[in-house]
Design a binder for this molecule. Structure first.
Ligand code: SF4
Length: 331
């Protein structure tokens, strides 16, 4: 596919600490290398002191990324482990962890999987922003055992976040069995939602990465051309105010920036990408050199346009404004 190279002069990223709170999940996606069952002996739910120990390592990081398996209350193991910590709901526990992150000087960005409107509303005050990958609007084989990957449910949650004015991250997972038309359809759907609610701050274009011992371990990841075409389509379809993010540990990001990508997402110098532990984060100084002449600029978990509109969760307001001011003075 032909494309007109774009030259964004600024490429952003956020310094974060990645907290994989639990590897239990009610879903069973064919490509997932993160989820563990209780029977495997490898399942966990981090107790508060473990989470605190990770957050307390903070240096110049400003974001706490809480990413974990979905609706663990719907699994026997999840119920049990939550009970042992004195909780019956993951949302209740996550609220406590968000408070802890704020105490430690970090802005929470939670990726809890599918939540209903009430749970989102309860989490909103404690988050600078939140996220849920749409992944694809197509019904695909890889999601056959994953009730939470029903596209209608995901669209409903993204819309609910819009009703609650939660600055939001979503995205596509490329190469999981969807067709090119499906990717266009997914991008059009995100554009439609953003037009209605105005809360999508970034869209991640993430490649499928085969993981050993998964049902899709032998499947091939998307080619660079497929990734490039998706980024080009994303820039064509999405409004200008929506950033296009490509993960620098999984993509040829320098070339995708030339196609319109303008954000590299959360980068952690302290913690792994627990979803793709085989892919280390690049070092910021190296990134600066690699993307030159484009300028690398740190951003917060909430984008400046949403700070201006005061859409951050109330409990994150002071910290957000302080860090926004610091970054403003730096650049
Ligand atoms: S929802 Fe996420 S954690 Fe759960 S099985 Fe799917 S990819 Fe794995």
């Amino acid at each position: 596919m032909g494309y007109k190279p774009m030259h964004p002069s600024t490429v952003t990223y956020s310094k974060n600490i990645f907290v994989p709170v639990t590897n239990l999940c009610r879903n069973d996606c064919a490509y997932c290398g993160f989820k563990r069952t209780f029977e495997s002996g490898e399942a966990y739910l981090m107790p508060p002191h473990e989470v605190r120990a990770i957050l307390a390592r903070r240096g110049s990081e400003k974001e706490a990324l809480f990413t974990f398996g979905e609706q663990i209350e719907k699994t026997d193991a999840g119920k049990l482990l939550l009970n042992e910590l004195g909780y019956t709901s993951m949302t209740d526990y996550l609220i406590e962890l968000c408070k802890m992150a704020i105490d430690e000087g970090l802005l929470p960005h939670s990726n809890p999987g599918i939540l209903d409107y009430e749970d989102l509303k309860r989490l909103q005050p404690f988050n600078a922003s939140m996220g849920l990958m749409l992944e694809t609007t197509a019904k695909i084989e890889a999601h056959k055992r994953s009730p939470g990957k029903d596209p209608a449910l995901r669209i409903e949650m993204i819309e609910n976040a819009g009703k609650l004015r939660i600055p939001f991250t979503t995205g596509l997972l490329v190469g999981i069995g969807e067709r090119k038309e499906d990717r266009i359809n997914s991008l059009n759907e995100i554009a439609r939602i953003h037009e209605e609610f105005g809360h999508i701050q970034e869209v991640i274009i993430q490649p499928f990465h085969p993981k050993p011992y998964t049902r899709m371990s032998m499947c091939t990841p998307p080619t660079f051309d497929e990734m490039r075409d998706t980024v080009v389509e994303a820039r064509r379809i999405l409004p200008e105010d929506v950033a296009i993010q490509v993960p620098p540990n999984l993509t040829s990001f320098e070339r995708l920036i030339e196609c319109g990508a303008n954000d590299l997402g959360g980068i952690s110098s302290l913690t792994l990408d627990y979803i793709n532990p085989e892919a280390p984060w690049p070092i910021i100084k190296e990134l600066e050199k690699l993307i030159a002449p484009h300028r690398l600029k740190e951003r917060l978990a909430i984008y400046p346009a949403f700070i201006k509109k005061s859409w951050m969760g109330e409990r994150t307001r002071d910290l957000t404004l302080r860090y926004a001011d610091e970054l403003e003075r730096l650049f």
